[in-house]
Structure formats: structure tokens, C-alpha cells
Design a protein around this ligand. Structure first.
Ligand SMILES: [Zn+2]
Length: 97
């Protein structure tokens, strides 16, 4: 199994923002808006694929994790502002760019 480790970080950052003190960070936390934000952020972030047998590659990525989280957060902030201005709660084909 191959996994995009950047997606794991995106999920973690979003979960932190939703569950912590930043309850008003997202204009809407419905499934569609959160998926749109996640997809938009992932489309702009460089993927980093790891296998289930995580080894040196995973370690190398973790050593850069602080910077990666900063990059991820910046893209989530950008995406959530776009979604807040133009929510598509009923449209799962929200265009991403
Ligand atoms: Zn919504």
C-alpha cells in the first residue's frame, strides 16, 4: 500500500484546527466544504508517497515536518478563504485550481 504522507499531515492540521480553540477558523465544517478545502490544499502541495514499511524515506520527511506543516497550514488557510467566499455545499465537483 502506498500513501501520500502529505495527506496525513493535511488531515492532522485540519483536525487540530477543527477541534482546538479555533472553532471559527472555518466558515463551514460540513463534509463538502472540508473536502473542498482538503482537495484544494493537496492539489497545491507536493505529494510525498511512503509505503507501509516506513523507513528512511519516512524519517527524512519527518525531519522536515515542521516546514511541511507550515506549508500545509498556508495552503489550508488559502483554501478555506476561497471556500468561505464561494461555498458549494451540494456540489462535490467544486473546481480546484
Ligand atoms: Zn459547507
Amino acid at each position: 500500500m502506498v500513501k501520500n504522507y502529505v495527506e496525513v499531515i493535511v488531515d492532522e492540521v485540519i483536525m487540530d484546527l477543527v477541534s482546538n480553540e479555533e472553532k471559527t477558523f472555518f466558515a463551514c465544517t460540513c463534509e463538502f466544504c472540508m473536502d473542498n478545502i482538503k482537495a484544494m490544499a493537496l492539489n497545491r502541495l507536493k505529494p510525498f508517497y511512503v509505503t507501509c514499511k516506513v523507513g528512511e524515506v519516512f524519517g527524512n520527511f519527518q525531519s522536515k515536518e515542521v516546514q511541511n506543516r507550515v506549508d500545509v497550514l498556508a495552503e489550508i488557510v488559502r483554501a478555506k478563504e476561497i471556500v468561505a467566499k464561494n461555498p458549494h455545499h451540494d456540489d462535490s465537483n467544486y473546481p480546484t485550481k
